[in-house]
Design a protein around this ligand. Structure first.
Ligand SMILES: [Zn+2]
Length: 220
């Protein structure tokens, strides 16, 4: 009987050892291979460029049209905000008015932000003044014409003596002005409403009493 017990014990021990050995040896391999099959594809996704020939740099959320051409970029020193004093409008519409009504070389602003009447609500249009980095025609009569020469002119469509800018216009304005501030090192103190532009001696009420200048500067 003893040898039967001994034999059973040996068989049991062998099963136990090989079983544990199989599990013990197998677990790390399975984990290892699982880790490889999971980690490697993920790693390769991060390391490889996305499919479809997409080669753009990381998306900063800034439209390419806002960047001036590198070969003629000016060192802008200030920003002047305007309203159009009209219910509707667009860069094209103001271009037509400034060109044919005032006999300027075209729209006087660098950027126009629509209100949904004539162009998209919050849509930022870039004019030829910005694309060519030339002086604007938006604040006449400052000493040495400094404001047209050195300040970026942004016009929001709307008559802010009667209504406020739309929420989307304000969102776009904040985004645009933040971009311009960081690119040219323009502090909040050099962001003006047309009527408050240093050296301006005219009587415009632009950008209107319902343009929320104080709140706008807190949003920057
Ligand atoms: Zn103005």
């Amino acid at each position: 009987m003893k040898w039967i017990f001994a034999f059973c014990f040996v068989i049991f021990a062998i099963l136990l050892i090989t079983g544990c050995g199989a599990d013990g040896g197998g677990v790390p391999e399975i984990v290892g291979s699982a880790a490889h099959t999971v980690v490697q594809p993920l790693a390769s996704v991060f390391q490889s460029p996305p499919t479809g020939g997409f080669t753009e740099p990381v998306d900063t959320g800034i439209p390419a049209a806002w960047y001036p051409p590198a070969d003629r970029e000016k060192g802008w020193k200030a920003i002047v905000l305007h309203h159009s004093a009209t219910h509707n409008g667009s860069a094209d519409k103001f271009d037509d008015y400034h060109r044919n009504g005032k006999h300027w070389m075209g729209v006087g602003y660098d950027f126009v932000i629509g209100n949904g009447n004539g162009s998209g609500d919050g849509r930022v249009e870039v004019t030829f003044r910005w694309r060519e980095q030339i002086a604007g025609a938006h604040v006449g009569g400052t000493p040495g014409n400094w404001a047209n020469e050195d300040a970026i002119g942004i016009c929001l469509v709307g008559d802010f003596t009667r209504t406020s800018p739309t929420a989307r216009q304000m969102d776009s304005l904040v985004k645009l002005v933040r971009f311009l501030q960081s690119r040219y090192g323009i502090p909040k103190s050099r962001i003006y409403g047309h009527s408050d532009t240093p050296g301006y001696k005219g009587h415009t009420v632009c950008p209107g009493r319902y343009f929320p200048m104080y709140r706008f500067k807190r949003m920057l």
